[in-house]
Design a protein around this ligand. Structure first.
Ligand SMILES: [Zn+2]
Length: 88
């Protein structure tokens, strides 16, 4: 990681941990070149994984017609499945 002010890379000695919880680290970095200070919050996993849904996700019921329809479609399908899924 580099200084926002001047772009100088931080050395290990210029970064200290000011807060450490189960989910996040708050670091304070001081740039050796321009002495600008920066607070950095780091997570041990992406923050969106810590979001809690209020309502459960109800899966869509797949019927026999859905299966047969997709089977017929995919039998003649010659395109790229990844492209197909990206469009949905
Ligand atoms: Zn700097």
């Amino acid at each position: 990681m580099a200084c926002d002010a001047c772009g100088e890379a931080y050395a290990e000695d210029n970064v200290c941990v000011v807060l450490h919880t189960d989910e996040q680290l708050v670091l304070e970095a001081c740039c050796e070149a321009c002495h600008a200070q920066q607070v950095i919050t780091a997570y041990d996993r992406p923050p969106y994984e810590q979001l809690h849904r209020e309502e459960p996700v109800v899966p869509v019921i797949v019927t026999q017609d859905d299966v047969e329809g997709w089977s017929a479609f995919l039998t003649g399908f010659t395109g790229d499945v990844y492209d197909l899924l990206a469009q949905s």
